[in-house]
Design a protein around this ligand. Structure first.
Ligand code: PBG
Length: 330
């Protein structure tokens, strides 16, 4: 017969700090974090993003400084997103293929100065298009799959040639993982990883990000014909299965906290590295809570990040990465 009260008191192991540490089932370290950063043209430029208080766009020199900070804080990887100058945005997003675009210049600069920090680059056309969609839009306003995928292959190769370590397609086109993997192999880029945004939902939590890359005012309609419906979980498992079959090294669930059930199911079903993106709106929600006096930043940051680890994540993309790493270093 199993013990019960008073023989068993679950509060016993919680009674002191050393014992709580000893019994912790999950650990969170700076090595679990990926730090998303926004790149802007210029030199010595820092542009605060009002809807993401505490987050700025940085020119390439500032991005390199952040990469050094990441190294010093033990953050293994940073994720780059460009704020493309409006005059370079086109219907077909061709700036994404320019070997000297902001992303490529930032990637090369980081790899020159801080090669020990991983660089993850986003594959999707939205930071480069006049309509704010992740792909090409036809006359009816539909985002077309296959011709978009053809461009994404070139975008991915362009990023890999600049030195990207992880290619992260966030566009949700069908079939693009296999096409990108084949193109990378053809380039001899055998060790360039693919982290697929496999289960990415059409979400209300992306608003501040769209401000950061300058696509919010441009976006026509919504992204529901390619990003997933929040009602669906089985479909997420099918997306993950396909991306793994096509050669993804790791998969991502996005947004983060509202989709932890998806993280758990993906981890249990596939036993592969799963990442989650605690997206811009989630960051903004925490900061708004702090500003309203409703919550305490350090506690909210560490508790939410621990939740991702407990659910089975290998790591988390979070705008709080540097702050969290400092807290974790004590
Ligand atoms: C676009 C992309 C988005 C994010 C990452 N890549 C936004 C979108 O799909 O509209 C969102 C990240 C965030 O909100 O922090 N390809």
């Amino acid at each position: 017969m199993s013990a019960s009260f008073p023989a068993l008191r679950l509060r016993r192991t919680r009674a002191s700090g050393w014992s709580r540490r000893l019994h912790a089932e999950t650990v969170l370290t700076p090595a679990d974090l990926i730090w998303p950063l926004f790149v802007v043209e210029g030199q010595g430029v820092e542009q605060p993003i009002p809807s993401l208080p505490g987050v700025s766009r940085w020119s390439v020199d500032g991005i390199v400084a952040r990469a050094k900070q990441a190294r010093d804080l033990g953050i293994p990887c940073i994720a780059l997103f460009p704020n493309t100058p409006p005059q370079l945005k086109t219907d077909d997003g061709r700036e994404a293929l320019n070997p000297d675009n902001l992303m490529c210049r930032a990637t090369r600069a980081i790899k020159d100065a801080v090669p020990e920090v991983g660089v993850l680059t986003d594959v999707a056309l939205d930071p480069y298009t006049t309509h704010g969609h992740d792909g090409l839009v036809d006359a009816a306003g539909y985002v077309v799959n296959d011709t978009t995928a053809d461009l994404l292959i070139h975008q991915a190769v362009n990023q890999a040639r600049a030195g990207a370590d992880i290619i992260a397609p966030s566009d949700m086109m069908d079939g693009r993982i296999g096409l990108i993997r084949a193109a990378l192999e053809g380039e001899g880029a055998h060790n360039v990883q693919i982290m697929s945004y496999a289960a990415k939902y059409a979400s209300g939590f992306y608003g501040p990000f769209r401000d950061a890359v300058g696509s919010r005012g441009l976006l026509k309609g919504d992204k529901k014909t390619y990003q997933m419906d929040s009602a669906n979980a089985e479909e997420a498992l099918r997306e993950v299965a396909l991306d793994l079959a096509e050669g993804a090294d790791s998969v991502m669930v996005k947004p983060g906290l509202p989709y932890l059930d998806i993280v758990v199911r993906v981890k249990q079903r596939f036993e592969v590295p799963v990442f989650a993106y605690q997206v811009s709106g989630e960051y903004a929600m925490i900061e708004a809570s702090v500003a309203a006096g409703a919550g305490e930043r350090d506690a909210l940051v560490l508790e939410t990040l621990m939740a991702f680890k407990r659910a089975g994540c290998a790591g988390v993309l979070t705008y709080h990465a540097a702050h969290a790493a400092r807290l974790l270093h004590g």
